[in-house]
Design a protein around this ligand. Structure first.
Ligand code: NOJ
Length: 537
């Protein structure tokens, strides 16, 4: 693979999340698939600035699954759901990605399996089965009903317990009743999952995005949550205090075991979806040495409202706790969140907000992750009640990639598994590729700039003090220094520069009117919602 497996390749990488069901349709059945992704790798990185030039892909699950939670309910961890292809398709995808210098990480769902997984079927078949203790079982409460007050993360579901008619016991299902929580206190479960990881790592995958790793340990006594916490049950576990099935101290030993397996292979990485919004607790998942997750998603960042001060506070709160061996990963949207373009109104006017958001994401000291379609400004697509498929109604932000009718991998709107918007062809890769002023063209310029910028790839980060609506920071590496100015105000602001640098040279701006290459001094006007990168003399 070009560039070798330098152990810390991920530190300067730009990730791109692919939701396989919606990325590229290779066989025209209305659902995305692995050959579709492989066919579209040149779009992601063909080695030139005419492509997006991302460094790594995170693929959401493509394993066999009854699709109750769209692949997050896995019935076989070491195979491929026929909807998406075959193991040979994975090998081809990995080889083709690696040839282009693109790393690939898979989604590892460790907290629960599908209730159709053979492990669960065996556990359910007999109370004395050795597999029984691979899951979390309990007798009904003394007066009948679920063993405790734990709630599913999906408000539509209710109790986190599902009754097993055969034995009369309950089993734990903290998402849907079709996803049974595994018992990670059982060493056999750990061993089996470690082998799953080795299966994929030996095939050449570059690491894993871990699904809710902070939930692997549960209170062995199954004590009630306090009633106020029981209500904070979204899988964004923004409770301010502990729940008894989330973020237990024991989880860190489990994660160290997982990291040890990853470290058996050179240059592999773990990115955790730890949905804890208290930065100090979140940062514990980086480990007390370089021994847990190299990256965790910054949930404060993706939850921030659109405001300069709010972003600044969120970013600073997490950065303060990041140890030298780790980095936060900053995404604006995922398959679980409303798309940033909709949430933040990024496309209003001439779309300068979308460019500002992208510039912020690509210039912080963190690993950016682009959600497929974000680079063309895809918005949430209204999905009528008759076509809602997801238990938590996340359909609107999972609609098919808008490639442009008739192009490689494009979805046929008449067959696509989720609706496509009327303006499918107006907001499309096809159209934006031909337009040098498009959002896609801006993303390509921005990523190309980042790629050759030592300060952005691995420089230090330092805030400059400024007006609340103007985010200003310096990044420095190898004797070169840049300033990033992000004007969130709907009106002009004045550029600020570090006190020891009177002039900067404009390198990249979100404002099409800004002349690149011109020198400007502190106090120079920035346009409303302009983002600007300056090289310091
Ligand atoms: C987090 C995933 O991102 C989400 O899509 C899923 O529903 C839950 N975990 C359960 O696996």
């Amino acid at each position: 693979m070009p560039g070798q497996r330098s152990a810390d390749w991920w530190r300067s990488a730009v990730f791109y999340q692919i939701y396989p069901r919606s990325f590229a349709d290779g066989n025209g059945d209305g659902m995305g698939d692995l050959p579709g992704i492989t066919a579209r790798l040149d779009y992601l990185n063909d080695g030139s600035a005419a492509s997006l030039q991302v460094d790594a892909l995170w693929l959401s699950p493509f394993f066999p699954s009854p699709q109750v939670d769209f692949g997050y309910d896995i019935s076989d961890y070491t195979a491929v759901d026929p909807v998406y292809g075959t193991l040979a398709d994975v090998d081809r995808l990995l080889a083709a990605a690696h040839r282009r210098g693109i790393r690939v990480i898979l989604d590892l769902v460790l907290n629960h399996s599908s209730t159709r997984h053979p492990w669960f079927l065996e556990a359910q078949s007999d109370r004395r089965s050795p597999r029984r203790s691979w899951y979390v079982w309990a007798d009904p409460a003394p007066g009948g009903g679920p063993p405790n007050n734990w709630l599913s993360s999906f408000p539509a579901v209710g109790s986190a317990w599902t009754v097993d008619e055969r034995s009369g016991q309950y089993f734990l299902t903290t998402f849907t009743p079709a996803q049974a929580d595994l018992n990670w206190h059982n060493p056999d479960v750990r061993r089996a999952m470690h082998d799953v990881m080795r299966f994929w790592l030996s095939r050449g995958v570059d690491g894993f995005r871990l699904d809710v790793p902070h939930r692997l340990a549960k209170d062995p006594m199954l004590r009630d949550n306090s009633p106020s916490l029981a209500a904070a049950r979204r899988f964004m576990d923004h409770a301010t205090d502990r729940q008894r099935h989330i973020d237990l101290p024991e989880v860190h030993e489990i994660l160290r075991g997982i990291r040890a397996v990853v470290d058996e292979f050179a240059g592999r990485v773990l990115l955790g979806e730890v949905t804890i919004s208290e930065p100090r607790r979140l940062a514990r998942y980086f480990g007390d040495a370089d021994n847990e997750l190299q990256m965790v998603f910054d949930v404060l960042f993706w939850d921030s409202p659109w405001s300069g001060p709010a972003f600044r506070e969120a970013i600073a709160a997490v950065d303060r706790h990041v140890p030298p061996w780790s980095l936060p990963c900053r995404a604006m949207s995922t398959h679980d969140h409303r798309r940033a373009a909709s949430r933040y109104g990024l496309l209003a006017g001439d779309g300068r907000r979308a460019r500002l958001a992208a510039m912020m994401q690509m210039t912080l000291r963190s690993v950016p992750c682009i959600y497929y379609g974000e680079e063309i400004g895809m918005t949430d697509v209204p999905v009528g009640p008759e076509r809602i498929r997801d238990v938590d109604q996340r359909d609107a932000n999972r609609t098919p990639m808008q490639w442009g009718t008739g192009t490689l991998g494009a979805f046929d709107p008449a067959r696509s598994w989720l609706p496509m918007p009327d303006e499918t062809d107006r907001v499309s890769v096809l159209r934006q590729t031909a337009d040098p002023d498009s959002l896609l063209a801006f993303y390509r310029r921005l990523l190309a700039y980042r790629r050759q910028s030592a300060p952005l790839r691995h420089g230090t980060f330092e805030w400059l003090s400024s007006e609340p609506d103007l985010l200003a920071y310096c990044r420095t590496a190898e004797g070169s220094r840049i300033v990033v100015l992000l004007n969130f105000a709907p009106h002009e602001s004045r550029a600020i520069l570090p006190s020891d640098a009177p002039m900067g040279v404009a390198e990249l701006s979100t404002d099409p009117g800004r002349r690149v290459g011109t020198a400007l001094a502190a106090g120079h006007p920035l346009s409303a919602e302009e983002g600007l990168i300056l090289r310091l003399a």
